[in-house]
Design a protein around this ligand. Structure first.
Ligand SMILES: *Cc1c(COP(=O)(O)O)cnc(C)c1O
Length: 400
C-alpha cells in the first residue's frame, strides 16, 4: 500500500471561486432558493444531493473545509462545527443514549472530562475513566452497555500516547466505536488510517493556528456524518453548533500552511525538549527517547511532521511555575495563556487552568503535578536564542 500523505491530500483538492478565483467563493447565505417545490421536499428528506437547504444543516463554505479535513484524515467525509466541544458533544450524544456506557482515557482535555463526568450523567450515560496505556484495563472495563472507546492520540496535558492500532482491534472485537481526538497531532498522526472510526479536532488550535477563532470538526464515514446532520435526529443539526461560513473560509486558508507550521512547531519543540532534559529538568515530549511511548509514537507517525509542538516540564511547585511563566512573558518569550498552536509560544499550569475541572485527587492519580507547565512551542525563527533566554529566566528564579 502506498504511504498515506495527509498534506498531499489537502493540496490536491481544487476549489475555484465563482469568477475563477483561486479561493472558493464564500457562501454568505443562511437559506437557499429552490426552483421547484419538489426539490425542496426531497432535500428535507435527504435525497437531493448537491442542494443546500439551510446553513445550520450545511453550506458550501463549510463543506469545502470539511472535505479538506476529511482528505487530511483519509475519511469519507467530515462535518465542521462551531468549536471542538461542539464536535465532541455531538459525536458522543449521537452514538450514546440513556443507559449506555463510555470508556474514556483518564487523561483528556478538561472540558471533555467535565462533559463526560457532569453532563452526560444527566442522561444516564456513564463513563469509566481508565489508564489507556494499560490495554488490558481498557478491555476489562467493557460491559454489554459500552458503546465507545474515547481517547486523544496525544493526551492533554500529560502527552500520553494512545496505541490506536491496538485500541481499534479491541473496539472491533467488541463492536464499539473508537473515537479519537487528534487535536495535539494533526498531520503527525492519522488515527483513521490506524483504525479509528471517528476523528475529532479542535480547529481552534494548530489547524487554524492564529488564535482568532474557535472551531471543530468530526471526520468519519459518510453514514456517520449523514446521521449527525439528519434533520430528524442528528446531533449536529439539532444541537446547532454550526460554524459560520465566513469563518470556515478563513480556517480553510490557514489549513493551506499547516504542514509548514507543524514542521516548525515540531522542530522547535524537539530542540527545547532536548535542551531542557539535558539541564536535568523533568521534561515530557514524545520525541524524547525517555518518553514511555516514544517508540509507539514513532510507529504511528508521519516522520516528516515530527513529534508535535507540545511539551511539559515540571518545576516542582506551582509558585515556581507561576514565577517562571510571568518572567518568560515579561521577556517576550511567549504568553501566559491557555490554548495552543499559535505562532507565539503559549504556556500555562494545567492543574489550575485547562485541567482544573479534574478534581485534585484525580489529578494526582494521573500524575498531573502542581509544578507542571504545559508549553505550546511557537514558530520562533531563532530557537537557539529562545532557549538561551529561557535558560536565563530559569537561573534568575533559581529553578536551576
Ligand atoms: C481545546 C481542546 C478541545 C476543545 O476545543 P474547543 O475548540 O475549545 O471547543 C478539545 N480537545 C482538545 C485536546 C483540546 O485541546
Amino acid at each position: 500500500m502506498k504511504p498515506f500523505k495527509p498534506a498531499n491530500k489537502i493540496q490536491d483538492l481544487q476549489y475555484f471561486g465563482e469568477f475563477g478565483g483561486v479561493n472558493p467563493s464564500i457562501s454568505d447565505s443562511s437559506t437557499y432558493t429552490f426552483l421547484s417545490a419538489k426539490t425542496m421536499f426531497d432535500t428535507f428528506e435527504g435525497n437531493a444531493d448537491g442542494c443546500y437547504l439551510y446553513s445550520r444543516h450545511s453550506s458550501p463554505s463549510n463543506l469545502y473545509l470539511g472535505e479538506a479535513l476529511a482528505a487530511m484524515e483519509g475519511t469519507e467525509t467530515a462535518n465542521v462545527s462551531a468549536s471542538g466541544m461542539g464536535a465532541i458533544t455531538a459525536v458522543l450524544m449521537q452514538i450514546c443514549g440513556s443507559g449506555d456506557h463510555i470508556i474514556s482515557s483518564r487523561t483528556i482535555y478538561g472540558g471533555t472530562y467535565a462533559f463526560l463526568k457532569n453532563f452526560l450523567t444527566k442522561f444516564e450515560i456513564k463513563t469509566s475513566f481508565i489508564d489507556f496505556t494499560d490495554l488490558e484495563a481498557v478491555e476489562a472495563a467493557i460491559t454489554n452497555k459500552t458503546k465507545v472507546l474515547y481517547c486523544e492520540s496525544v493526551s492533554n496535558p500529560l502527552l500520553e500516547v494512545s496505541d490506536i492500532r491496538e485500541l481499534s482491534k479491541i473496539a472491533k472485537k467488541h463492536g464499539l466505536k473508537l473515537v479519537v481526538d487528534n487535536t495535539f497531532s494533526p498531520l503527525s498522526v492519522s488515527p483513521a488510517q490506524l483504525g479509528a472510526d471517528v476523528v475529532i479536532h479542535s480547529l481552534t488550535k494548530f489547524i487554524n493556528g492564529s488564535s482568532d477563532t474557535v472551531g471543530g470538526v468530526v471526520c468519519g464515514s459518510q453514514e456517520f456524518i449523514n446521521n449527525l446532520r439528519n434533520v430528524n435526529n442528528g446531533a449536529s443539526m439539532l444541537l446547532g453548533s454550526t460554524m459560520d461560513s465566513l469563518r470556515a473560509a478563513s480556517v480553510l486558508k490557514n489549513l493551506r500552511t499547516l504542514h509548514i507550521r507543524i514542521q516548525q512547531h515540531s522542530k522547535n519543540a524537539l530542540y527545547l525538549a532536548e535542551k531542557f532534559e539535558a539541564l536535568g529538568l523533568k521534561t515530557v515530549y514524545p520525541g524524547l527517547k525517555s518518553h514511555v511511548s516514544h517508540e509507539l509514537f514513532k510507529s504511528m507517525m508521519h516522520p516528516e511532521y515530527g513529534f508535535g509542538g507540545m511539551l511539559t516540564i515540571d518545576v516542582k511547585s506551582l509558585d515556581k511555575a507561576n514565577e517562571l511563566m510571568e518572567l518568560m512573558q515579561n521577556e517576550n518569550l511567549g504568553y501566559l495563556a491557555v490554548s495552543l498552536g499559535f505562532y507565539k509560544t503559549l504556556f500555562s499550569a494545567p492543574g489550575t487552568s485547562t485541567s482544573s475541572e479534574i478534581p485534585l485527587e484525580e489529578q494526582k492519580k494521573m500524575g498531573l503535578s502542581d509544578g507542571l507547565i504545559r508549553f505550546s512551542i511557537g514558530l520562533d525563527a531563532d530557537i537557539e536564542r529562545t532557549f538561551q533566554m529561557m535558560l536565563s529566566c530559569m537561573k534568575r528564579i533559581k529553578i536551576l
